[in-house]
Design a protein around this ligand. Structure first.
Ligand SMILES: Nc1ncnc2c1ncn2[C@@H]1O[C@H](COP(=O)(O)OP(=O)(O)O)[C@@H](O)[C@H]1O
Ligand SMILES: [Mg+2]
Length: 265
């Protein structure tokens, strides 16, 4: 029987999802995807018919894959289209945790990184999640200070470790589709006292660039020539002003790719 949300209690409505109380289970909540798409910390905003469905599919495939890989996530199941059941947060950690393999996007503005530069080992950055402040990055020395000196420092260590584990799993999975995972951002909270991967992973969470060549050589400091950034499948298409139809078509392509993750053990 289809779930009816009209009378359910909304815990919180964000930019792309609504969280509802689960009347049958206080330990879980319903996460309902919306057709809204935003960029620039919510400044640019549109509604794309059908976006909720493709994001839900991508998110489902990715979280089910990560759960099979033993990553500690909030995801339980997806009982109907556009709806997932997740374990309820006890405490939300207000950070966006970014991991990068290849330099792209905001990192190019901050320092000496050149587009296409390959990071090995992966680099991870913590951003304070605050739209009006444009998600400022935490100072790396400050993060190390927290890890070494504060009671809850192990949260940061664990978030970084989970981010790297997830990156490696997804990088391997997208590789089978001849796509390079460039970077992504994940969010965390505490559930039963444990640092847990929460929220969603979909076309707005990462950058995905197809391979430009039959046999790309990733064993070099800059791999831009091996990749096809113009063929990008992710939300940069929206940020860069592509038509909403184009944006949706690319998101559908991502959902078609992650559909194949079902076959990965
Ligand atoms: N497991 C969970 N339990 C409760 N709330 C959650 C869980 N995972 C994510 N959320 C909440 O869902 C909301 C995310 O919705 P979203 O539309 O992405 O918001 P935002 O505009 O903050 O990006 C956040 O408020 C987040 O705290
Ligand atoms: Mg969000």
């Amino acid at each position: 029987m289809a779930l009816v949300f009209d009378k359910m209690h909304v815990i919180i409505e964000g930019k792309t999802k609504i969280i509802y109380e689960n009347p049958d289970d206080p330990k879980t909540v319903f996460m309902k995807f919306k057709d809204d798409i935003t960029a620039g910390d919510g400044v640019k905003h549109d509604v794309i018919q059908g976006k909720a469905l493709v994001d839900w599919k991508t998110n489902k495939d990715i979280f089910e894959y990560l759960n099979r890989k033993g990553i500690h996530t909030h995801y339980v199941e997806s009982p109907q289209e556009c709806v997932s059941i997740v374990r309820k947060l006890d405490y939300k950690i207000d950070l966006e945790v970014v991991t990068r393999r290849v330099a792209a996007g905001s990192i190019l503005k901050w320092g000496t990184a050149v587009e296409g530069q390959r990071f090995d080992p992966l680099i991870t950055q913590f951003h304070y999640k605050d739209d009006p402040l444009h998600d400022p990055m935490l100072d790396a020395a400050y993060v190390e200070f927290i890890i070494s000196s504060k009671q809850d420092g192990h949260w940061f260590k664990e978030m970084r470790e989970i981010n790297i584990d997830v990156f490696q799993e997804l990088e391997t999975a997208f590789k089978q589709c001849r796509i390079q995972l460039i970077d992504f951002k994940l969010e965390y909270g505490l559930i039963d006292g444990k640092v847990t991967l929460i929220d969603e992973i979909s076309g707005g969470s990462f950058r995905l660039w197809p391979y430009a060549k039959e046999n790309p050589d990733f064993n070099q400091p800059n791999i831009l020539s091996e990749l096809d950034p113009k063929g990008r499948l992710d939300k940069d298409n929206y940020r860069l002003g592509e038509s909403l139809d184009q944006v949706q078509t690319k998101f559908e392509q991502i959902a078609n790719l992650t559909d194949t993750f079902k076959d990965l053990s």
